[in-house]
Design a protein around this ligand. Structure first.
Ligand SMILES: Nc1ncnc2c1ncn2[C@@H]1O[C@H](COP(=O)(O)OP(=O)(O)OP(=O)(O)O)[C@@H](O)[C@H]1O
Length: 361
């Protein structure tokens, strides 16, 4: 599949003025402002294939939104290049706008004082979408997102979940092949979140759209993304299949068994019971048997109990990502220390970081 989104060495530096505390400081800032440079995105390179959904993840302030803003043409990179369906977004904004849809969960793109349906009609004219096509798409979006119960209400009076669903529909009305979503389900209840996830899955699987998504919701990642790009301090630190990241950073394992045998209290050596769900018991390592693998644990359970069903539970994705974020922070600290201490050759810590940055997991 050809790449729909390509970022090559994308870098964005913001320049801000540092305000000194107190009245004297405020005056000094006016007369001789101290300029501070902040590299929000630092040499970021990745591609997203046509029809792929990729989650761009990272802690607060990592540089996700800035990356999305460069890919949508809102911001011009300080250096580096981006292409979205063959168009440099910040050079050909109009052509790019026809190819992409964007939703920023925190901010609506719709006219605040108009009902959504009127905004949809304006967008239809802006993008010269035919009347019958427009009607068919709106019907499809309504089926999937349940919009008609509130699309005649002014945007300013909608709830957050209703408003973002209207934003999603508005972003896709002109049938763009690529969609950027920056925290699209922020603040939504679980039912609406699931509705939006189904909508996105449909857009990728049935409509063949390419989606780049940022979110802090790991359930969303688990449900939607097969590949994640992890960014921290403006730099890509991991890029690969979610299953690989789970394998690398899932620190603990759990196994479960549905048992009919002796009391649960008779736990096999090396294991402890984490919880019981009726006849289903979830076990984890008790820390006394180093190197105990989940497969060895299953063997011990089968030897101890009459077992109807057993399996290995995957690590909770929140734990996995926390471990990945912390690991990268540790690595950054090591790099900074070694950078300062070692001026000759490539320091080992930096080399490790470069290995991670350079290679996909
Ligand atoms: N316009 C701006 N001027 C100055 N600094 C900015 C600007 N926009 C973003 N930054 C800084 O750039 C860094 C990256 O911000 P960005 O919004 O891209 O992070 P993020 O990964 O999207 O974070 P979050 O998950 O909190 O939304 C932050 O340190 C932020 O303070």
């Amino acid at each position: 599949m050809p790449a729909a989104i390509t970022a090559r060495g994308l870098t964005k530096t913001f320049h801000t003025t540092k305000r000194q505390p107190g009245l004297r400081g405020a005056l000094r800032s006016l007369v001789a402002p101290e300029r501070v440079a902040k590299k929000a995105v630092d040499d970021v390179s990745f591609t997203v294939a046509t029809g792929e959904l990729v989650a761009l993840l990272g802690p607060n302030g990592a540089g996700k939104s800035t990356t999305i803003k460069m890919l949508t043409g809102i911001l011009t990179p300080t250096s580096g290049e981006a292409e979205v369906v063959g168009v440099a977004p910040y050079r050909e904004r109009e052509r790019n706008a026809r190819n992409v849809g964007a939703v920023f969960g925190q901010r609506s793109q719709l006219w605040w004082d108009l009902p959504a349906r009127e905004s949809f009609a304006i967008l239809r004219d802006i993008y010269s979408v035919g009347e019958s096509e427009h009607t068919a798409r709106l019907r499809e979006f309504d089926d999937l997102l349940d919009l008609s119960s509130f699309w005649d209400t002014r945007i300013r009076h909608l709830s957050l979940g209703q408003r973002v669903r209207c934003d999603l529909a508005a972003a896709l009305l002109h049938d763009p092949p690529v969609v950027f979503l920056d925290e699209p389900t922020i603040g939504m209840d679980v039912v609406v979140k699931e509705q939006v996830r189904n909508f996105l899955r449909y857009q990728v699987e049935t409509r063949g759209r390419t989606v780049l998504l940022t979110t802090h919701d790991m359930t969303e990642v688990a449900r939607l993304a097969e590949r994640v790009v992890l960014i921290n301090h403006g730099r890509i630190v991991l890029d690969g299949p979610l299953a690989e990241i789970r394998r690398r950073f899932g620190r603990t394992w759990q196994v479960h068994a549905t048992v009919t045998g002796p009391e649960a209290a008779l736990c096999p050596d090396g294991l402890k019971i984490l919880r019981t769900e009726g006849p289903r018991i979830v076990f984890g390592p008790d820390g006394t048997a180093t190197g105990l693998t989940p497969h060895e644990a299953l063997k011990r359970i089968i030897e101890r109990y009459d077992v109807a069903d057993v399996g290995i539970e995957e690590s909770d994705l929140e734990d996995v990502m926390r471990a990945a974020y912390l690991r990268q922070d540790d690595q950054d600290t090591e790099d900074t220390t070694e950078d300062a201490a070692d001026t000759e050759g490539a320091p080992q810590g930096l080399q490790d970081a470069q290995d991670t940055v350079g290679g996909r997991v």
